[in-house]
Design a protein. Structure first.
Length: 443
């Protein structure tokens, strides 16, 4: 292991791990306070709530991701390291990365969560996740390639399978991605493909529980179900997935033949509990106190998706971007106060602004400050908030213009297949005659 004393001579006292919503908010607050800090992340900053729009070809990658050092370039005290954290020694106060190690006086851990397969890694092998930018690009490749393969296939069963998409997990991410996939097929691809009828594409949400969107107001869930039905997205509740194979999804009581399975059923926090020697919940989230520090470690804050924090009623906070931002800001304020010699800490309080779930073109549900909204008004609110939360004005403008263009023309602009995994692209079928043959029916 590298010697932390020698590895970085000018070691900053404040270190932030992870530049997602929580880490970036902490960094901005420290930067504004004029405090120097080091921020470590292995990726770019990513706006995860719009990932599904990259996967379903509405947005491009650069519209929802940005280099961390570019965002923080206005703060001279911001030192950005693109590296992977592989350990934390809380006794020696040292963070170890793949290439180096760094000491800290104050540490903010904001490394988020990863896709979880509930200990059954076989579920990963034949499914697509939607958590990172790579996931979104890979999924976009898969969706577009599925239609290309269907277009050149002459076998009805093969086409039916290729044009069936299963989303495992009926949470907001799964539901949003399902509607977007169905709209991509029925509105945009239906015009582009001449041999298959993309309007017949099946998109099925499979949820193990007895309702989709758990935790959201029942009346709004009913309205979401009506919208899903109107947009021809199928929903199967009480359907537990036992296996995912190249043929599709095996349920406890049946099988769905599908060419693409998208896994949005859960997230977990690996490694952190072992690194910190701290208590964690079943998903690996670190149990923090009311000031978001690790018990017995008053100089380590764990914030955002990596933490299990409780509200005033003792219920766990939800895994939301707004919560992560508020926690990042809170940790930075506590460190700023400590740097100015103020030791007192008030408990963290979450200002809950509610939930929103996008349901495709001009549709969403929103539960905000007691108001239950759906349809166009909820969609306008959802769009406004998401544009506002993007990292800079250039991206806000680009995304707004892209949405206007795409809503007006019913077409998406990012239908580029990037074959980054060397996946075999569809080969022409020698028997296929590209004439004015009628569309293949896909029931
Ligand atoms: C598809 C999707 C849609 C979502 N939609 C919504 C929504 O509509 N509204 C909402 O409020 N929330 C939504 N969420 C949840 C929201 O994005 C998360 O709650 C939020 O991102 C948590 O912020 P965070 O800073 O804790 O973690 P993240 O944003 O996940 O950031 C963690 C950062 O840590 C870095 N990192 C992790 N491990 C390491 C390591 N070992 N070394 C170096 N760097 C590391 C990662 O690269 C990442 O940049 C969505 C999530 C997903 C996946």
């Amino acid at each position: 292991m590298p010697d932390p004393g020698n590895s970085r001579r000018k070691a900053p006292a404040i270190v932030i791990l992870g530049a997602g919503f929580a880490g970036m908010e902490a960094a901005e607050a420290l930067g504004r306070a004029g405090l120097p800090f080091t921020l470590i992340d292995q990726n770019n900053h990513l706006f995860q709530p719009l990932l599904y729009q990259v996967a379903t070809t509405t947005l491009q990658t650069a519209e929802i991701a940005a280099p961390i050092r570019a965002i923080l370039s206005r703060y001279p005290g911001a030192d950005v390291l693109m590296d992977r954290v592989i350990d934390i020694d809380a006794d020696r106060k040292v963070v170890t990365m793949t290439n180096d190690s760094i000491p800290y006086d104050y540490l903010i851990v904001a490394t988020g969560a990863r896709t979880s397969y509930f200990g059954n890694d076989a579920l990963r092998q034949h499914s697509f996740a939607l958590k990172t930018l790579d996931d979104a690009v890979r999924l976009r490749h898969q969706i577009l390639t599925a239609f290309e393969r269907a277009e050149i296939s002459r076998d009805d069963a093969t086409r039916r399978k290729l044009m069936t998409f299963v989303l495992v997990g009926g949470g907001p991410n799964g539901v949003g991605a399902a509607v977007a996939t169905r709209e991509l097929a029925a509105r945009t691809l239906a015009r582009d493909f001449h041999h298959v009828d993309a309007t017949k594409t099946r998109v099925i949400i499979v949820e193990a529980g007895d309702t989709i969107l758990p935790g959201i107001d029942a009346e709004l869930v009913d309205r979401a179900m009506e919208t899903l039905s109107a947009k021809e997205v199928e929903v199967r509740t009480n359907a537990k997935v036992v296996a995912i194979t190249p043929e599709g999804v095996d349920l406890e009581d049946g099988h769905i033949e599908a060419g693409t399975v998208i896994w949005t059923a859960g997230v977990a926090v690996p490694d952190l509990a072992a690194w910190l020697g701290a208590e964690a919940d079943k998903a690996g989230r670190i149990v923090v106190g009311e000031d978001l520090t690790v018990p017995e470690r008053p100089n380590i804050w764990v914030v955002g998706d990596a933490a299990r924090s409780l509200d005033e009623q003792g219920d766990p906070h939800p895994g939301l971007a707004a919560l992560a931002k508020q926690q990042g800001r809170y940790a930075a304020a506590a460190i700023t106060a400590a740097c100015h010699g103020k030791a007192e800490r008030t408990p963290f309080h979450y200002s809950d602004y509610g939930h929103m779930v996008p349901l495709g073109r001009f549709a969403a549900i929103a539960h905000v400050k007691g108001w239950k909204l759906s349809g166009l008004i909820a969609w306008l609110l959802w769009a406004f908030v998401h544009v506002l939360f993007l990292m800079d004005w250039r991206r806000r403008l680009m995304v707004t213009l892209t949405w206007i263009w795409s809503l007006a023309t019913k077409r998406t602009g990012s239908r580029i297949i990037i074959n980054r995994d060397g996946v075999e692209l569809p080969q022409p079928d020698p028997a296929h005659q590209p004439t004015d043959a009628p569309k293949h029916g896909v029931a």
